[in-house]
Design a protein around this ligand. Sequence first.
Ligand SMILES: C[S@@+](CC[C@H](N)C(=O)[O-])C[C@H]1O[C@@H](n2cnc3c(N)ncnc32)[C@H](O)[C@@H]1O
Length: 254
Amino acid sequence: MPETHFDAWIAPRYAALWPELFAPALVDATVTFLAELAAGGPALEFGIGTGRIAVPLSRRGVAVHGIELSPAMAAEVDGVPVTLGDYATTTVAGSFALVYLLRNTITNLTTQDEQVQAFRNAAEHLAPGGYFVVENYIPRLRTTVFAATSRHVGYEEYDTATQIAVSHHWWVIDGELRAFSSPHRYVWPAELDLMARLAGLVPHERVAGWDRAPFTGDSTDHVSVWRKPARAASPIPAGPGATTIAACGSGSDG
Ligand SMILES: C[S@@+](CC[C@H](N)C(=O)[O-])C[C@H]1O[C@@H](n2cnc3c(N)ncnc32)[C@H](O)[C@@H]1O
């Protein structure tokens, strides 16, 4: 079982520590994007956290279920069912129109095998024609300051030998200076596409954010969507000569 860094100190302070994630415009754009893909069907969030998006998505009429490693984070979720466990391997009953993974949570799995297993687990939970969404950052491969306010300094260090980035946060909160560090397996869109292909998913869309801004070489983040073909596909391509995956946004994914 992977280790959770979202403990009983973080969980009740999640919104205070990362207030930018709760900006109403961001939450609304995220919920709108996901609700459109779900199109009335049920959704499954991997790493649901405190329900930042799952709760407003369920209020929008989508039946949401969550999987979460941290009991402390799950205890904060209001009104959405949560199964405790590792989203790479935990299964829940039913099949879903949408499985989604937000805010770099794919990088909380710190080996390639675990990330590949997460894509397989997503595919196994999807109904034919269903969508898998991953929101992730583009690795920058040098020590990067990603937050610098009077209450929060955050930076990330990269080890290219292990493909691990360690994120360090320093907060002044509740009158105290608190430090928090977590390891992440950073990953580029191309490797995620390969994981999707291994899981039998095909590219559907890649954009720079929830407002569907175009993804370009300057984008710092991406929201990627793959689709489970409506007709059964071999989960692992058959080697040389196997069908080439469709280009993003081609819509020719069955
Ligand atoms: C960055 S938070 C994002 C929470 C929520 N999705 C959001 O957007 O606000 C990552 C969450 O994923 C959970 N998590 C990390 N690794 C996990 C795993 N392998 N299985 C299940 N949950 C995991 C963490 O405990 C944490 O709650």
